[in-house]
Design a protein around this ligand. Sequence first.
Ligand code: LUZ
Ligand code: MOS
Length: 756
Amino acid sequence: KDLKESIKNLDSYTHVRGESLYVDDVNIRQGTFHAVVFDSPKAHGKIKHIDYSKAEALEGVIRIFTYKDIPGKNEIGGIIPDEPLFAENEVHFWGMPIALIVAETEFIARKARDLIDINIEDLPVITTAKEAKTKGSFINAPRSFSLGDTENAYKDCDFIFEGETFSNGQEHLYIEAQGAYAEPLENGNIKITSSTQGPTAVQKTVAQVLGVSMHKIEIDVTRLGGGFGGKEDQATPWAVMAALATHHLNQSVKLILNRHDDLRMTGKRHPYESSYKIGLSKDLKILAYEAEFLQNSGAAADLSPAIAERTLFHATNSYYVPNVTTKVLSCKTNLPPNTAFRGFGGPQGMFVIESAIAKAASEIGVSPRQIQEANLLDENDTFSYGQIAKQVEAKTSWNSAKNIFNIEALERDIENFNRTNKAFKKGLALMPIAFGISFTNTPMNHARALVHIYLDGSIGISTAAVEMGQGVNTKMMQIAAEVFSVPIEKTKIETTNTTRVANTSPSAASSTADLNGKATLMACNSLLERLKKVASEDLNAPEDSISLKDECVYTNGEKSKLSWTDLINKAMLKRVALTENAHYATPEIHFDKTKEKGHPFAYHVYGTAIVITTVDCTRGTYEFDSVKIVHDYGKSMSKGIDLGQVEGALAQGIGWMTMEEIAYNKDGRLLSNALSTYKIPDLFSVPKNVEVIPLETKGHELAILKSKAVGEPPLMYGIGAYFAIQNAIKAYNPNYNLKFHAPMTPEKVLMSLYQN
Ligand code: LUZ
Ligand code: MOS
């Protein structure tokens, strides 16, 4: 049996039985307290007065903690130290934590929250990036990438177009809200169960806020009910608050946000306001491209500077443009600090160049697909950041998609449909992607694995990987099962715990399986070498003749008398170590921020999607008939899991581009604050038909078992949905003036259909 073909996400067994453990399922110890966060009811202002007395007097309230109770630093910022755990004298966004109410029950803590009186003197509220730019309100200095010479290149262009785009934020909507459970151990040590993608960030920040050493703080993660980037940085504050209360009360404290609190207090995908200038030759080559990206960073840096950087990395998507100037400004506003979200700034960058191409195509009077096709990356082309493109699959995936799905026939069918239908119009768009794999911050690209073989031959594996539904645990088990040739049931993934694997990077950047998988592979291979030596001595056969197969030792391909468990027993008797710890750091990558040049990515993931939509021109509603994809998995090590990642990312990308609409009012209050006002794709709105064909390639050496990273790249296929709808609108209304303002909600579609 081939595990690559047949393996399922092994978490599904406990999921469907309702037995999977999340933070809220931790067995809480007797006497555990429950906490609720008191947050700012204003987006910007000076705190004049807070009266906690009525809340404190409520029966069952244990204590209310504020910044005054912090023994260490009131600072949780990761990249830039600009974010307090609790507001001191000013509030900077609606939902900013001010205090933690600890009570005997969550219900009491919530009741107490309503009894707090706060008086805030209003300060001016900035909600948009443009406004922040006008007022000079920034997180940090702008970043800029350049290749060639755009100024000169425009002189050679036959066509030049300029325009503006907007893409809105996106709510992560992990099914499991943010939360943590802190318990006191002896000697002031604290163990925290956290729903985090980054256990080390939590450990480090707890230590910093409590003013204790990291070794006193243990973080444990079984799995998350989704993360999508929302728990890369923003799982931290809740864990820190729970730990702070535990530190003072010497009692366990549980803090789980409810959906309303989570939506209001946490940051989202960054909205971007951008402008572009694109120059093309008569034969549709993009000769020059300029873009300025205004990132709405929110009230603190969080991961914004890294996200801004990735926008620049992906500003030209899968196209080769010889002359590029891009600039990104992280604009400080009074929204909750926006944060990592699947794609990490890449999708925002790609939307702009796709908009520029759509605009150019419409003005020149060609199909956008002709411009896309004329500019796809080739082997040895240079990205604007200096990396030379290798093993490029831009054209292969594009041509495969066109051929396999017969693009001419699809386009003909749509033309026929549109000619014969008045009330419904169809639209089609192609969406090629190229996404760089690695943390763009080179030092983060490392991981470790700790592998034990127990004396009965079963195997326990600890890594830095956090399971969040992406199936990484299954992939890690597959690696061990394959190296030792034992059934996957003989392997187990332990919880992600900072005492077993320390100083870890978050599970993010699509890199978790690559980094932790390579470390696991190294650890398993070291153990295998050791075991081969034991077998060689025992069987009196040369080491290089030994192999393992189906739980047996083979010599020169002949089955020996030694079984896998016999071999482990022999190793024990010979006092051979059956534990190994391995460290992996991605080779070859580097980046020089002073020059903004380097080779930041281990490799790129490519693919092409064809998105087909039908718009109801009476109502403005739309459906997606089909999405047809040729995707570059490399050599997928877990076909079912990887297909699931593509399908899920696609739905999420389509949601971002079409129906998910975050709204703040001008006072900075979140209006889309419930699932009645914020819609994500459900079973009825995902594409009716999704076909994903793997591109045949040889895979990449830096990908785990040549199986390329799959978490984020397919989200960007969803960008095609915007342009497919736009093409359907054009088919109905020749007066429609192209606008690039995502999401393309039914309301906007309706307005566009009847614009004249
Ligand atoms: N997180 C991060 C990420 O810290 N650095 C990255 O480059 C990244 N890329 C994608 C998603 N998360
Ligand atoms: Mo991320 S957007 O936490 O990979």
